[in-house]
Ligand binder design. Structure first.
Ligand code: F0G
Length: 451
């Protein structure tokens, strides 16, 4: 019997845990959220859907109706879609910061650059802590608290820890953060500190932090909130539900996401398949996952092992959010890419920096990891995988303010020391130091007008 078992809440008609490899169904999960029979990852399933399939038009109308409500669950862009989430007990309070409700922007300039006129960005960086993690965290912390846990914990490249610390604080729980020393941005680290987490900077990389956490949760009564936790992925599904609602349920041809530990692509893919099963959409968009060349485990897994075994890498990229070499949810992500007809692609550090600056010029901005989506799209267009007349949605996962060091170094020309990247000069806007005179400012204005 594993310690601290976590049970599916109550009746048979709620939800169950299903192993993604052997299909074993169970009402209880151990603390590492792995199958007791074969050790693979668990996902959450609602078996009752096959018997009492919710009515698609009814669901759409209920979800739209909730946008006029001031109830806390309805104000959340996650719990508004609660029919497709694990069921809460009647009196179970939720932990919410009004996550979700993120905008879908058109990308006029990037559309011209890529030659894809119908190009959109779903900007998850407008979430309360600045990244897509909040959508999963509201669900996972709610279930953690109702299971009686006082402590929650995660390994992180920064965003998960910021989000977890905030939701734990809101829910009256303590949080423990394991991050790789020197490999996460100060912004993200400062969030965890301010939200009250016990923050450990470990002398290893993200994969080392995650390995240690997996052992810790089997020894101590802490609830792990990495994306191995299937409740997280249930919350992150709502990104896709909200996106489709914003597109009046007309599926785009392509959805493009960054890939790190591969929880988000798994969650979006799960949502797409559930939406198709419930007839909320008429066809599946292709879900493609983009990685940095230096952290390309999924791309290599697809290309070199036909998706059958994980090809781990020693990760290196300035997009620190996705600096991961041993992604936990690789099997889920492979299944999603294959089921939707998507693909995996990798992009260079220079391509990431250029794409990030181009998204900045849209007046939106994002963190480096999010910009791999635009860089990847350019490659997919060149390969004719994406056609110019298709609709494409890029998932921007984190806010521009998440990594200001990267942005400043880019504009100052310090991002690639010793390896100048002249093709990017037209995108650089270094700050200009001047005497405090009207003349100096006017001269600068005139020069800028000419350039
Ligand atoms: N984009 C950003 C901004 C992220 O923070 C992450 C992951 C990803 C993309 C990749 O998502 O792991 O679901 O494939 N950040 C994790 C963290 C690992 O700890 O904050 P994924």
């Amino acid at each position: 019997m594993p310690p601290f078992p976590i049970s599916a809440s109550g009746t048979q008609t709620d939800f169950r845990f299903r192993c993604i490899a052997c299909g074993d169904l169970t009402d209880r999960a151990s603390q590492d959220f792995r199958c007791a029979r074969c050790g693979d990852l668990l996902e959450i399933t609602c078996p009752h859907w096959s018997e009492t399939r919710p009515n698609a038009e009814g669901l759409k109308s209920v979800w739209r109706g909730r946008r006029a409500s001031n109830d806390a669950a309805d104000l959340s862009g996650v719990w508004r879609f609660r029919e497709l989430l694990p069921t809460l007990k009647a009196d179970q309070p939720i932990i919410t910061l009004r996550e979700g409700n993120t905008p879908l922007y058109d990308l006029a300039r990037c559309a011209r650059i890529t030659g894809v006129p119908r190009l959109f960005a779903k900007h998850q960086g407008t979430n309360p802590t600045g990244s897509f993690k909040d959508c999963g965290m509201t669900v996972a912390t709610t279930f953690a608290r109702s299971a009686g846990f006082r402590w929650v914990a995660c390994a992180s490249t920064g965003n998960t820890s910021a989000s977890m610390a905030a939701y734990a604080a809101r829910g009256g729980m303590r949080s423990l953060v394991l991050v790789p020393e020197g490999k996460i941005s100060w912004s993200k680290l400062s969030q965890a500190l301010d939200y009250g987490a016990v923050t450990c900077q470990l002398r290893t990389d993200f994969d080392g932090c995650l390995r240690l956490l997996q052992e810790l949760v089997l020894r101590a009564p802490v609830y792990q909130l990495n994306s191995i936790n299937p409740f997280r992925l249930e919350g992150q599904k709502t990104l896709a539900l909200e996106l489709l609602e914003q597109l009046d349920w007309q599926p785009p041809h392509h959805i493009i996401v960054p890939g790190g530990n591969l929880g988000n692509s798994s969650a979006i893919g799960k949502a797409l398949r559930e939406m198709r099963m419930l007839n909320l959409i008429s066809r599946l968009p292709k879900l493609s996952v983009i990685q940095a060349e230096g952290a390309n485990a999924l791309v290599r897994t697809l290309r070199e092992a036909d998706g059958k075994r994980l090809v781990s890498v020693q990760p290196e990229t300035r997009a620190t959010a996705i600096r991961i070499g041993n992604p936990a949810s690789w099997k889920k992500a492979v299944a999603v890419v294959e089921a939707t007809g998507g693909t995996g692609e990798q992009v260079s550090e220079v391509e990431i920096a250029q794409a990030k600056a181009e998204i900045g010029e849209e007046g939106l901005g994002c963190e480096p990891a999010s910009a791999v989506t635009l860089a990847g799209l350019k490659k997919l267009v060149k390969q004719n995988f994406v056609q110019p007349d298709e609709t494409v949605v890029l998932v921007l996962t984190g806010n521009l303010l998440k990594d200001p060091d990267y942005t400043i170094e880019f504009h100052r020309g310090d991002l690639f020391p010793g390896a100048p990247a002249p093709t990017l000069d037209h995108l650089r806007r270094p700050p200009i130091v001047l005497e405090a005179t009207l003349d100096a400012v006017i001269r600068t204005l005139e020069q800028a007008e000419k350039s």
